[in-house]
Design a protein around this ligand. Structure first.
Ligand code: HEM
Length: 228
């Protein structure tokens, strides 16, 4: 068997898969509510709507829980990596992926953009969905605006989640790493070299959690990403 490196700890994997499950349920039930023929095929509209609202309202819970108490330290380093945009990442977005893999840390710009979208869409959907569900106190213009924003964000969710699944299934080592927590070392060297070389460390955080940090060298001064 090929060499493996630790990439995601248990808290991160549970966070990923619980959020993914809730988003998929909300996205699928939302599609059923939106598309007449699908709604007719499945029926039980009131039940579908209840499942939709409950899964939708639950979407932020794993993220909030993972930031509570002792779990916080398990996710924070990777959350900060995801939030840190390097020059190379911005170039990647502008040129739609032409940046060389030698510029990539633990996450590439696509993974960063995807997680930013998910974290941003959750409050939008919870707020607009709540206005749609508990609409009585709101004027008509609010309800119309909420439905408009909910529908267009839903379309973006369907496209981006489908894209995320397509990319993930086309990269088996990356997909395996979010299932098992470990990544093929050769793959990591080729696709996430800055991380493997210890150049994607986070801030001045202590380097005690080996499962969320770079597996090799540790940057002692700590903070700066060389591609910035
Ligand atoms: C990934 C997240 C979500 C997606 C993709 C999504 C998508 C959708 C879509 C496409 C519709 C149909 C709208 C229409 O018929 O014009 C809908 C309806 C609705 N959504 Fe969501 N939604 C999400 C999250 C939420 C959340 C968090 C809530 C919170 C309460 C919510 C509450 C509702 C309500 C109340 C309706 C109206 C159902 C009806 O009366 O037919 N949704 N959603």
């Amino acid at each position: 068997m090929s060499d493996q490196l630790p990439r995601f700890n248990g808290v991160e994997r549970v966070l990923h898969w619980t959020t993914a499950t809730l988003v998929l349920i909300a996205a699928f039930t939302g599609m059923t509510l939106y598309m007449g023929p699908l709604s007719g095929l499945i029926g039980r509209r009131i039940l579908v709507k209840d499942i939709h609202v409950i899964s939708g309202l639950a979407m932020p819970v794993p993220l909030l829980l993972s930031y509570a108490g002792r779990w916080r330290d398990s996710v924070r380093p990777d959350v900060r990596r995801l939030a840190r945009w390097t020059k190379a990442d911005r170039f990647w977005l502008r040129t739609l992926g032409r940046t060389g893999p030698h510029q990539v840390g633990k996450f590439n710009a696509g993974q960063k953009a995807n997680s930013a979208f998910i974290v941003g869409m959750i409050p939008v959907m919870v707020a607009t969905g709540s206005v749609m569900r508990w609409f009585e106190p709101f004027p008509l213009s609010w309800r119309t605006g909420a439905t408009f924003a909910h529908d267009w964000t839903a379309i973006a969710v369907w496209i981006i989640v489908a894209g995320h699944i397509l990319v993930a299934t086309s990269k088996p080592p990356a997909l395996r790493s979010i299932i098992t927590g470990r990544i093929d070392a050769a793959w990591a060297h080729a696709h996430h070299p800055l991380w493997v070389e210890g150049e994607d460390e986070v801030g001045n955080e202590p380097h005690q959690d080996r499962t969320t940090s770079a597996p090799v060298a540790v940057a002692t001064t700590g903070s700066e990403d060389p591609t910035r």
